[in-house]
Ligand binder design. Structure first.
Ligand code: GLA
Length: 393
């Protein structure tokens, strides 16, 4: 365990280090399949090395005490009043998870927690899912120990409960992708996930001479939550019209590209039609991406990524100037074979596939040109795909 972190914990809460434990759950980057998860579609995320870490010790105070290394806030949650903390500026995600687990029958134990987050906040890399999943894992582990249950915590269930907390407690009507990737990530693999059935497959990220580079526009995701919920409603409205032609289809992903082309005029509202078009073609791009990667055809995968960005820009309208400029500048660099926004959009990060020998040039030139055009200095991360939520012993 990191000594500096442990000392911080002991400074805050006192006592000795003997019962202090560490849990961790990562952020994610989505490689392709954007705004498809809440339409029962396919996604292809990988967990990152950047993660949310918890140092924790059980207590008998009837409280969950929360602190974080990067914030002055201290929060105390009464474990018998967990539904009361929706308005907290910081701590509401954790309270939401504790509340939802309690409602699901877990015994919530008192404890002292110190968070240490290395996922950049509000950058579209699922810092909130990482915070939620590590909290869920910690509390479920204690609950199992309290009740003498020896089976390991079910991480897919943790992902579902964390998502439920975000929707019902924090008011963001999100899909399952972020929490699933954070809970279930695997080193050197991405996850091909069917968000309707939750069937999934780990796909090795064999990138033969290429790297995945994440570019942070450092433009925070303003207004993202309300626009996010709006997009979701637009998709649901489009689906109602498509149901006239395909009564058995229960989500946009259940409509194929061909079926959509045959029936799209049923969606009279042009905006709704564009939203559906994005989702249905994006699901198809995910399938084609998996196919291309299985054949070792990285260039086709890169093209699909760029096509995804264009669709998110023109049809789904969730990119904005900063993401568009960064993708444009990225694609100008020789050796960059695909680039797109990742996550919800409206600011945040891009993901690009770049030849190893072009990485240095890419970071320098995209950095310079993006800053020239937007006035903001970007950041770049070269992260390997990492494991999902776990206890660090
Ligand atoms: C956010 C949500 C996810 C997903 C993406 C867009 O990250 O939390 O569920 O919808 O946006 O693909």
């Amino acid at each position: 365990m990191n000594n500096e972190l442990l000392n911080k914990f002991l400074d805050l809460y006192g006592g000795s280090d003997s019962n202090v434990r560490m849990f961790v759950s990562p952020g994610r980057v989505n490689l392709i399949g954007e705004h498809t998860d809440y339409n029962g579609g396919y996604v292809f995320p990988a967990a990152l090395e950047q993660a949310s870490h918890i140092l924790v010790r059980r207590t008998d105070t009837g409280k969950i005490r929360l602190a974080a290394t990067d914030l002055p806030d201290r929060v105390e949650l009464d474990i018998n009043r967990l539904d009361q903390y929706r308005d907290l500026k910081w701590g509401n995600y954790q309270a939401g998870v504790a509340y939802v687990l309690q409602q699901a029958g877990y015994t919530i134990c008192s404890c002292d927690i110190l968070y240490h987050d290395t996922v950049p906040l509000g950058a579209g890399l699922s810092s909130s899912a990482a915070i939620e999943v590590v909290m869920a894992l910690t509390l479920a582990t204690f609950s199992n120990e309290e009740n003498g249950i020896e089976t390991p915590v079910d991480m897919i269930e943790m992902a579902k409960l964390a998502q439920q907390a975000e929707i019902t407690y924090c008011g963001v009507n999100c899909g399952i992708m972020d929490q699933f990737a954070s809970a279930m990530g695997r080193k050197d693999h991405a996850i091909f996930l069917d968000c309707k059935t939750l069937d999934f497959k780990y796909v090795p990220l064999v990138l033969n001479g290429y790297k995945i580079i994440i570019g942070n526009t450092n433009k925070k995701r303003g207004l993202a939550d309300s626009k996010y919920n709006e997009r979701r409603s637009e998709c649901e409205a489009a689906m109602e019209h498509l149901k006239i032609a395909y009564p058995d289809a229960d989500c946009l992903r259940a409509v194929s590209v061909e079926q959509f082309e045959d029936a799209k005029t049923l969606i009279q509202d042009e905006v709704q039609r564009r939203r559906a078009e994005h989702v249905i073609y994006e699901c198809d791009r995910v399938l084609k991406s998996i196919d291309a990667l299985n054949k070792g055809d990285l260039h086709s995968f890169g093209h699909l990524m760029t096509a995804s960005h264009i669709s998110l820009r023109d049809l789904y309208e969730v990119t904005g100037l900063n993401l568009d400029v960064m993708v444009e500048e990225s694609l100008k660099i020789e050796g960059c074979i695909g680039s797109r926004m990742t996550g919800a959009g409206f600011g945040g990060c891009t993901v690009s596939i770049v030849a190893e020998d072009a990485v240095e040039r890419f970071v320098a030139l995209v950095g310079e040109n993006y800053e020239k055009r937007t006035g903001i200095r970007p950041s770049f991360y070269i992260s390997q795909a990492a494991d999902g939520g776990r206890e660090v012993k």
